[in-house]
Ligand binder design. Structure first.
Ligand SMILES: [Zn+2]
Length: 87
């Protein structure tokens, strides 16, 4: 059975004398590390999906804002050009 460390990716060798659940290179417990990774994944998933929703809303809003801003800028520039052409 080949055991690869989830932290440092060290592949456990047959001659390694460290405990069966412990990485001979970085000395972490495979099970403890896997447990903490699962916990951190749980914690990260909630705010990440929330951020995605938030960024989508912000993105659509900012696009509208940019389009409105561009429209106003275009009108303003055309008015200035018209005024300059007249006077
Ligand atoms: Zn390791």
């Amino acid at each position: 059975m080949i055991i690869t460390c989830p932290k440092c990716s060290y592949v456990r060798q047959l001659q390694d004398t460290a405990a069966i659940n412990q990485c001979p290179k970085c000395h972490i417990d495979y099970r403890v590390y896997a447990h903490f990774q699962k916990e951190s994944e749980k914690e990260q998933k909630q705010p990440m999906s929330y951020q995605v929703i938030n960024s989508k809303v912000n993105h659509s809003l900012s696009v509208d804002d940019v389009m409105t801003g561009m429209a106003y800028l275009f009108i303003a520039v055309s008015v200035i050009i018209l005024l300059m052409a007249i006077f």
